[in-house]
Design a binder for this molecule. Structure first.
Ligand SMILES: C[S@@+](CC[C@H](N)C(=O)[O-])C[C@H]1O[C@@H](n2cnc3c(N)ncnc32)[C@H](O)[C@@H]1O
Length: 324
């Protein structure tokens, strides 16, 4: 059946067969939104965080299961493509670079366990840029080597949301793997024009998003922006810089590290927009939970770039008759 599904573009029409994917460490579904945009059907999701699961269920009508460590591979439905943005705190600068010594840093082994049992034809994994260098790149190497030992052709690249149309500088490692062989993975080649910040910003944000007059005055005494609107970023040393786009949103960052025009924080809706979520995504959690969820998410266009590339490889392998 997979041949029939791949020989035409993903259709996405109600009642028609679509390629099936699963969304591991699903959060609020950056991969889910991207997968649906690419015409895929999501048949299984998992996240340990109850609030994220509630938002996912509300928006996509799928009940994610909890801790993936407890899930037997045979209880996961068969699927064509596995998607996973595995926990990144252990590899991020913010997370202290604890790497695999932190139990969360070993969760990639769960992905490999599921791949071994289910053998999806395509895989897209996402993590912070530091995965490429953490522990001298050994985690990335481990993932790539295991996938290759299982017969997959692999590639990885650092993609930046800023190059894919979003006004957020957010660099992420995307690892792709397919059972059909490819010589050159079709990564995006052209940069997309950035959506202007004005289109992200809400017109009349509530007063709770504005900082105190003391903080505002301190910021404005220390820095003058050359463009408006701009996002002011204060680094750990207290240095302030501003850009017509946001620096990377973070799940657990201090409250005022990013300020619009040096005077207010992003609203939850703006944070979701900065990650590429459409306004049809309904917010069901508190401000602080949504901030965490948005800060954890994969930017939708980055997820889409990986998925579209994998679909392209699968499609080409079917049309040229090359079957692995
Ligand atoms: C980097 S976030 C992924 C976000 C997601 N890709 C999105 O677009 O929202 C990692 C997620 O892994 C989840 N997680 C951590 N440990 C887990 C476990 N043992 N089982 C399932 N999910 C887990 C966290 O709750 C978090 O939502």
């Amino acid at each position: 059946m997979i041949d029939a599904l791949l020989s035409s573009p993903p259709r996405g029409m109600a009642g028609e067969d679509r390629l099936r994917c699963i969304d591991l460490f699903c959060g609020i579904g950056g991969f889910h939104t991207a997968a649906v945009n690419c015409g895929l059907e999501v048949v299984f999701a998992s996240d340990i965080d109850e609030e994220a699961r509630a938002a996912y269920r509300h928006n996509y009508g799928i009940e994610p299961v909890g801790d993936i460590v407890q899930v037997k591979a045979e209880d996961i439905p068969d699927h064509d493509i596995l998607l996973a943005g595995f926990p990144c705190q252990p590899f991020s600068i913010i997370g202290g670079m604890a790497g695999t010594e932190d139990a969360r840093g070993r969760l990639f082994l769960e992905i490999l366990r599921i791949v071994r049992a289910k053998r999806p034809r395509g895989i897209v994994l996402e993590n912070v840029k530091q995965l490429a260098t953490a522990q001298h790149g050994s985690v990335l190497r481990h993932i790539i080597d295991d996938l290759q030992d299982m017969g997959y052709t692999t590639d990885w690249r650092i993609l930046n949301a800023l190059d894919l149309g979003l006004p957020q500088k957010r660099e992420r490692v995307i690892i792709v793997a397919t059972l059909p062989k490819f010589d050159r993975f079709p990564w995006p080649t052209a940069k997309l024009p950035m959506k202007p910040l004005e289109e992200i910003l809400e017109k009349d944000p509530a007063s709770r998003f504005f900082v105190s007059e003391t903080i505002r005055a301190k910021r404005h005494a220390a820095h003058k922006a050359s463009v408006t609107p701009s996002v002011w970023h204060e680094n750990k040393a207290g240095h302030i810089s501003s850009y017509p786009y946001s620096c990377a949103l973070r799940a657990g960052a201090s409250y005022n590290y990013l300020l619009v025009n040096g005077e207010r924080r992003f609203t939850p809706r703006e944070m979701l927009r900065l990650q590429g979520f459409p306004d049809t995504f309904e917010i069901v959690s508190s401000d602080s939970q949504t901030r965490k969820q948005a800060g954890n998410a994969v930017p939708v266009p980055i997820a889409e770039a990986g998925i579209r590339g994998v679909l392209d490889v699968l499609r080409r392998s079917t049309t040229t008759g090359k079957r692995e």
